[in-house]
Design a protein. Sequence first.
Length: 281
Amino acid sequence: MNDKPIMTWPDLLTRAKPIADATVRYGEDALQIVDVWVPKGTGPYPAVIMIHGGCWQTAVAERDIMNWIADDLRAHGVGVWNIEYRGADRGGGMPGTYEDVARAADLFVTEGAKHGFDTSGIRIAIGHSAGGHLALWLARRLALAADDALRGADPIHVDLAISQGGLPDLRAGAASFGHACGADAPAAMARGDYARTSPPEMPLGTSREVQFNNDRDHVTPPATGAAYSAAMAKRGVTVPMEVTPGEGHVELIAPDSASWAKQRGAILAALGRSVAAPASR
């Protein structure tokens, strides 16, 4: 039995907060922005598209909860395109949140090079909690029908989607009782259209997917990830899941946790990079 307390949100959010290098806009709403994290040195740099969680609700969380791991990736030579979006409580849900995530991710392809990023290399989307659902959705978006407005004319191709304690199954979320995120938000994220919004039911794509979960996570316990892996296995797709013992939901986005070290290692490996010591800024 592990008696070490798991992290709470104040344990992370009261730390000195790292600051992004730039912020770009992809729409007129105050939430339609992206924070850009640029490594020290000479580019072009590999970069990841990052999507925060917060139960799909702006009132619960915004992009800055990801600042600490964004800074850690920046220190390891990896840029970050940290997306903000309208939550289900701020004009998002279905279709607004998806339109925002899609537009912001597509902007990475067209504008990322201006910030020194290698936009033609390996493309990784990573998301925490509800953001894990959105990262998986983004990876599947390319497989939607060609005339689907959520797909768009020229959607980004994601090579690897990483779910950090994600909530991929909107149908299960909408039917849940007593979950920390409630049932209303996942219902608003689908509005009954699970084939276009919920990864377990969306068309299969070509992106590789992986899940990272922690065994003491009370928001998205390993059973949540296991259910998604099992559902995808029935469709002939293997989705690996790495479970870290002794850590909870917050540790998934804490830069000094064991679970984040595994995630960072997976990102660097996917980019063909060694696990180098972080650079000072």
